[in-house]
Design a protein around this ligand. Structure first.
Ligand SMILES: C[S@@+](CC[C@H](N)C(=O)[O-])C[C@H]1O[C@@H](n2cnc3c(N)ncnc32)[C@H](O)[C@@H]1O
Length: 200
């Protein structure tokens, strides 16, 4: 009985934390904190990601995690992908992204840690979103199951004090096959194309 109460309290806390996480991002989008992502210094890193996607996964089925307001998809031509699923924890961002939805483009509000997408993808892209979870190794292992046999991850991370730690976690379960670094007055971004290390 004592054990059950403890588990229920834990579940309640987890639920609150998860709800708060979405609420925090919603608040930030609502007050315009992420408007800066639409500014010109961000163009180079988005273009680098778009370029790597075109080069390695032409006309693929793409899952973008933490897609925000659909900035990456807007840089691509319709023939660059066969199907696009953009996912973000913020309903506010997804509502804005819906303006760019179409017959083969969907946007969905969901948490990357619990998302169970339909089918397999040729590319799973994390643009400035992989640092939002505490365990990147677990996350990438889980998403490896949603990649087609030749499927690839594309990950972009802005350089920061924690950047090397993020990449070392990511490289525990993937191997880098291509990369582009972009630099401007706002920062340095590394974008890597990664092959998952499959265990089974
Ligand atoms: C810095 S923004 C990057 C947005 C966009 N990808 C870009 O490159 O401009 C990080 C995004 O990750 C989303 N995000 C944070 N935690 C998430 C989670 N657990 N599941 C899904 N999306 C998440 C946020 O709502 C936000 O849109």
């Amino acid at each position: 009985m004592k054990n059950l109460s403890f588990k229920l309290i834990l579940l309640w806390f987890r639920g609150r934390i998860l709800r708060n996480r979405a609420a925090l991002w919603n608040y930030q989008y609502a007050v315009g904190r992420w408007e800066k992502l639409k500014a010109s210094p961000e163009e180079a890193r988005l273009e680098a990601t778009a370029h790597l996607l075109r080069r390695h996964v032409p006309a693929g089925r793409v899952l973008e995690i933490g897609c925000g307001e659909a900035l990456l998809q807007q840089r691509l031509r319709p023939e660059d992908y066969r199907e696009w699923l953009g996912v973000d924890i913020s309903e506010v961002a997804i509502q804005r992204a819906q303006a760019f939805a179409g017959p083969n483009v969907r946007y969905l509000a969901a948490d990357m840690e619990t998302l169970d997408p339909d089918g397999k993808f040729d590319a799973i892209v994390f643009t400035e979103s992989i640092y939002a979870v505490p365990d990147r190794v677990k996350l990438l292992r889980r998403y490896t199951h949603f990649l087609s046999p030749a499927g690839l991850f594309i990950v972009s991370i802005c350089r920061s004090k924690r950047g090397p730690q993020y990449w070392s976690e990511i490289h525990q379960v993937t191997a880098m096959i291509d990369a582009i670094t972009t630099t401007n007055e706002r920062g340095i971004w590394d974008c890597e194309v990664l092959r998952p290390m499959r265990t089974e």
